[in-house]
Design a binder for this molecule. Structure first.
Ligand code: ADP
Ligand code: MG
Length: 313
């Protein structure tokens, strides 16, 4: 597979476009995961697509309750209440933790699902508009480290070593959830689908008679349209969630090696067969930078990578 690394292109936003001459589509929108989740099913069978979309949204809602870092009752948050003991978890939590740890290992911790305590510190800073203190960052760092998460696949259990550890799947769960929703649509007989959750996109088969789904990549030199099928497209970069202090923009992505929110405007788009990987790898590249990050992403199966450094807004 060929890998494109376009560092010069300034990719500012990415969104699916309607096809030029398109066949019948059924389209749905619902709020989940803090964003609008859009499902498009290329079919004329409205009743069948309605039922499939209902089932897909139900699966999305259930998985949100598994992974959400915002909901104290989520399975991921409840896991944080136990440390030093094996906790039996659901298959989705087991799977996503395994994948997230693989990305952590390959990126030497630039992507780290244990970054939760630092995310909490910086989230509070976003709320108050005041930068976190050195001691708050240092305290949170004591409870961060992917090597201190253990997964026993045969027992279906996870163990967190240290008190205060908190898994955060904010950088990977959206992609995983869209992958799962795509499978639900497939089980209902719809393979030609497009799922979009605010920048993370999962594509099924091409719409019948069409070359693929048209996805627009906006660049400083104008839009580039990619025609894609059976892949996922993930984007990470300075988005809506950030903190501005003293003329510096702090991202909601944290460099686990320093405990600090990123201040570089790097934006990364990754195309990968799996949504969870396009999501995680795009986040990882914003931490590691274009060159090193793209190398790691290619090693983990990325099909194409676009990295840009738009000027800070
Ligand atoms: P978006 O949510 O806009 O799609 P990302 O996919 O880049 O953005 O994910 C950002 C989220 O990932 C953060 O809000 C946080 O929950 C989590 N996160 C932050 N830093 C890291 C990191 N270094 N490794 C893994 N996850 C991270
Ligand atoms: Mg991501």
């Amino acid at each position: 597979m060929r890998c494109i690394v376009a560092t010069a292109a300034m990719i500012l936003k990415l969104h699916p476009l309607p096809a030029i001459a398109q066949g019948p589509r059924q389209e749905y929108r619902q709020l989940h995961l803090g964003v609008e989740v859009r499902l498009v099913v290329a079919t004329a069978d409205r009743a069948g697509a309605d039922a499939a979309a209902r089932a897909a949204y139900a699966a999305i809602a259930e998985l949100e309750q598994t992974f959400s870092d915002w909901r104290p009752t989520s399975e991921a948050r409840r896991l944080g209440a136990h440390h030093g003991e094996w906790v039996t978890v659901s298959e989705p939590l087991l799977q996503l933790t395994t994948r997230a740890l693989a990305v952590a290992r390959a990126s030497h911790g630039a992507f780290d699902p244990t970054v939760g305590p630092l995310v909490a510190v910086w989230r509070e800073a976003r709320g108050s508009g005041v930068l976190p203190t050195e001691s708050a960052i240092a305290r949170a760092r004591h409870a961060v480290g992917w090597r201190r998460v253990h997964v026993d696949r045969t027992r279906g259990a996870i163990k967190l070593d240290a008190e205060g550890m908190r898994l955060d799947f904010g950088g990977i769960a959206k992609g995983y959830i869209l992958d799962s929703a795509r499978q639900v649509l497939q089980q209902h007989g719809f393979a030609s689908v497009m799922l979009d959750a605010g920048g993370d996109i999962v594509l099924g088969d091409s719409p019948p008679g069409e070359a693929g789904w048209r996805v627009a990549v906006a660049t400083a030199r104008g839009d580039t349209t990619l025609v894609l099928a059976r892949v996922a497209v993930g984007t990470s970069g300075p988005g809506e969630q950030h903190l501005d202090v003293g003329g510096v923009r702090y991202s909601h992505v944290i460099d686990p090696r320093t405990g600090r929110a990123l201040t570089s405007p790097t934006q990364a788009t990754v195309i990968h067969p799996l949504g969870m990987m396009s999501d995680a790898l795009s986040t990882m590249i914003t931490v590691l930078g274009a060159e090193h990050g793209s190398r790691v992403a290619k090693g983990l199966g990325a099909v194409a990578i676009f990295v840009s450094n738009p000027p800070a807004p």
